[in-house]
Design a binder for this molecule. Structure first.
Ligand code: CP
Ligand code: NVA
Length: 306
């Protein structure tokens, strides 16, 4: 059976562990100049219906570094734009390529694609989830903090797709997670209910950023208006102002706290320039780790035996 990553609930703790180990090894071997063409002869399709710098280019590079071929599939230049049913596209592409990474709006569309596809489908971001982001972010947490057990993540900002994947990861792995979100911008209720039903009862929601960061090992933020919410941008700028990750908030956190952001960052909105560029920020290592983690994901999913 093929294995998809549509949400982090597709992975068990052992799957996370395998990916962390593979990614760390691939990173170390890459730094030593070792070439590993474990995906020679294989191809990965990439359908991106929203912009992407990091996710798309790191998946493409990951495929090339592992000896395989990435194929960017532009929705506008395929029959997707003329509404060929997803179930048809999924079955046809499954006959050509070995895996597919999809960035789109609707989680349901992604899941529909996966249902009819016989190759692994990877969620490269939907309105609901961004699972691969949190896999590489946890790799960074492990590098900075020596592991994830007992670590406390403070999410400050919008209860969005990235926050939802943090909730899923905290449920499976059990690390601490407190989300500070303005009223009306909390994580999706169904996402939280599912997490709590699966054991994520320790995940806390507050409206107070200071409370969230007080005992945090990591402060994490993301844009106030995600892709597709551009029209809400002005309203959100006002509502989220007290949630900016800046020097004043940093003073309320432990000295060893690290700052993470999935990027792209809007300096002066969700994060101040000083904090983003400051000594506690690990955002560039975090971005780099997307490459190593995506290599691990591709290696594991595309070489998996029945
Ligand atoms: N963090 C992230 O997913 O960035 P991109 O939108 O550039 O892929
Ligand atoms: N929440 C953001 C993440 C971008 C990587 C968005 O969906 O636009």
């Amino acid at each position: 059976m093929k294995k998809d990553i549509l949400t982090l609930f597709d992975l068990e703790k052992a799957d996370f562990e395998l990916l962390f180990q593979e990614a760390a090894e691939l990173k170390a071997r890459r730094k030593m100049g070792i070439v590993e063409h474990v995906l020679a002869g294989k191809s990965l399709g990439l359908i991106f219906e929203k912009p992407s710098t990091r996710t798309r280019i790191s998946f493409e590079t990951a495929m090339i570094q592992l000896g395989g071929t990435p194929i960017f599939i532009s929705a506008n230049d395929t029959q997707i734009v003329r509404n060929e049913p997803v179930m048809d596209t999924a079955r046809v592409l499954s006959r050509f390529i070995d895996g597919i990474a999809i960035r789109t709006f609707s989680q349901d569309l992604l899941e529909g694609f996966a249902e009819f596809s016989t190759i692994p489908v990877i969620n490269a971001l939907t309105d609901m989830y961004h699972p691969c982001q949190i896999l590489s972010d946890l790799m960074t947490v492990i590098e900075c903090k020596g592991g994830y057990d007992g670590v406390k993540i403070a999410w400050v900002g919008d209860g969005n797709n990235v926050a939802h994947s943090w909730i899923n990861a905290a449920t499976v792995l059990g690390f601490g997670l407190t989300l500070a979100c303005p009223e009306g911008y909390e994580p999706n209720k169904t996402v939280l209910e599912k997490a709590r039903a699966k054991g994520g009862t320790h995940i806390k929601i507050t409206q107070d950023p200071a409370e969230a960061v007080r005992d945090a090992d990591v402060i994490y933020t993301d844009v106030w208006a995600s892709m597709g919410q551009e029209r809400e941008q002005n309203l959100r700028k006002k509502v989220f102002q007290p949630y900016q990750v800046n020097s004043a908030l940093l003073e309320k956190a432990p000295k060893e706290v690290v700052i993470m952001h999935c990027l792209p960052a809007h300096r002066g909105e969700e994060i101040s320039d000083k904090v983003l560029e400051g000594p506690r920020s690990v955002v560039w290592d975090q971005a780099e780790n997307k490459l190593h983690m995506h290599k691990a994901i591709l290696k594991v999913l595309l070489t998996r035996k029945e």
